[in-house]
Design a protein around this ligand. Structure first.
Ligand code: UDP
Length: 366
């Protein structure tokens, strides 16, 4: 008999497991996949840590969270500076003075602001209420057309005018020559991979892989007094109100017998007629000296049952549906719903960890 059964060995589940174990609770983690670490999972390919479910770059402003992850594994000083390829021309991301110089030849922040302010005028006094309007209000139409529209519409499979504005707030706009994608104080990649970090969290804890909780909920529920469930909330309730929508991803990974394929970890392809959104070259996240390289093209796709759900589509329709599931979840006794899939939330890793720490804290254990 366990005190806690944790369903899912991703970041939410693993942090909860670690914290509860630390407090002397007896914990069992069950995981549907054949590995731990959820979508942050990295796999060693002859020395290169391959991000199997897409690029994961850790960043946070919270020193407590930074110290927490560093207590499990050492982080390197990786800084994400992606490039955008639009019709064969490379632009720096996030949108900053390098981008503006390349686009318009402007050299000062004032010159750049003048162009952006001029392009913003098309919105008049209207408060932006979708992603397209928000993007134009932030950077103007030129950048929207070249670096945002194509990427966003293939990423989400929806028109930018039908998408929530908050998605684009993830990208900073900078009036400096700073290509650092994230504005957070701390950033890096765990040396040796995320799997190593999660394995350290789960050290000394019972973990069963290839176990699907929902296949026999009653049987597994009897193993513990309390459950932490990190899978999809709608699947838990047998899709009784219908399915929540997700964007899924397909990956095409190649091992190339060359040392350096693209010279950068991430290059985005922002035009609509290239079917993938980005090419990741894994060795640049956690540099190694080797004669081969591994690259992955990322193709977005609509999620259907049986695919991996990646990005929740947090539009009004889906959020209304989620609220109904949330009410059911609140009524379930002895079970905590947490993490990206159970909370239907576009979470970054540091946010998931903070949320898991909070969930355990809320248990009020001494
Ligand atoms: N985005 C864009 N052009 C880019 C990169 C991002 O328009 O070259 C937009 C797009 O709408 C995307 C959002 O910014 O969904 C957030 O991008 P981010 O890189 O944060 O997404 P993630 O890494 O989570 O896939």
């Amino acid at each position: 008999m366990y005190d806690y059964l944790i369903v899912g060995a991703g970041l939410f589940g693993s942090v909860c497991a670690h914290e509860l174990n630390k407090k002397g609770k007896k914990v069992l983690v069950i995981e549907k996949r054949d590995h731990i670490a959820g979508n942050a999972y990295t796999e060693n390919n002859d020395g290169i840590q391959v991000h199997k479910y897409g690029a994961h770059i850790f960043h946070t402003n919270d020193k407590k969270i930074w110290d927490y992850v560093n207590s499990f594994v050492e982080f390197n000083r990786f800084t994400n500076s992606p490039l955008a390829n639009y019709e064969g021309v490379l632009y720096n991301l996030p949108f900053n003075m390098n981008t503006f110089y390349k686009l318009w030849g402007v050299k000062t922040p004032q010159e750049a602001m003048n162009i952006i302010n001029d392009q913003r005028k098309e919105l008049g006094d209207k408060e932006p209420d979708n992603l397209e309007e928000k993007a134009i209000s932030l950077v103007g139409r030129d950048i929207y057309e070249k670096l945002i529209k194509g990427y966003t519409e293939k990423q989400w499979g929806r028109k930018a005018t039908d998408l929530p504005a908050f998605i684009i707030n993830r990208l900073p706009v900078r009036m400096t020559y700073d290509n650092n994608y994230f504005s957070d104080r701390y950033q890096g990649i765990p040396i040796g991979g995320y799997t190593k970090m999660v394995a350290a969290m789960l050290e000394g804890i019972d973990v069963m892989l290839n176990v699907d909780f929902l296949k026999d909920k009653t049987k597994y529920s009897q193993l513990a007094n309390k459950i932490i469930y990190t899978g999809p909330v709608d699947e838990y309730f047998k899709y009784c109100f219908g399915k929540l929508e997700y964007r899924s991803l397909q990956f095409e990974t190649e091992v190339l017998q060359e040392e350096n394929y693209q010279g950068n970890a991430v290059i985005n392809y922002t035009e609509a007629n290239i079917p993938y959104t980005r090419i990741i070259e894994h060795k640049h996240f956690d540099p190694v000296n080797c004669s081969h390289t591994v690259v992955t093209k990322e193709f977005p796709a609509e999620w259907k049952k049986g695919d991996e759900p990646y990005y929740p589509i947090n539009d009004t329709k889906n959020m209304d549906l989620f609220k109904k599931y949330k009410l059911l979840a609140n009524e379930e006794k002895g079970i905590i719903f947490g993490g990206r899939l159970a909370e239907y939330k576009y979470y970054d890793m540091h946010q998931v960890i903070a949320s898991a720490l909070y969930a355990v804290e809320s248990e009020g254990l001494v």
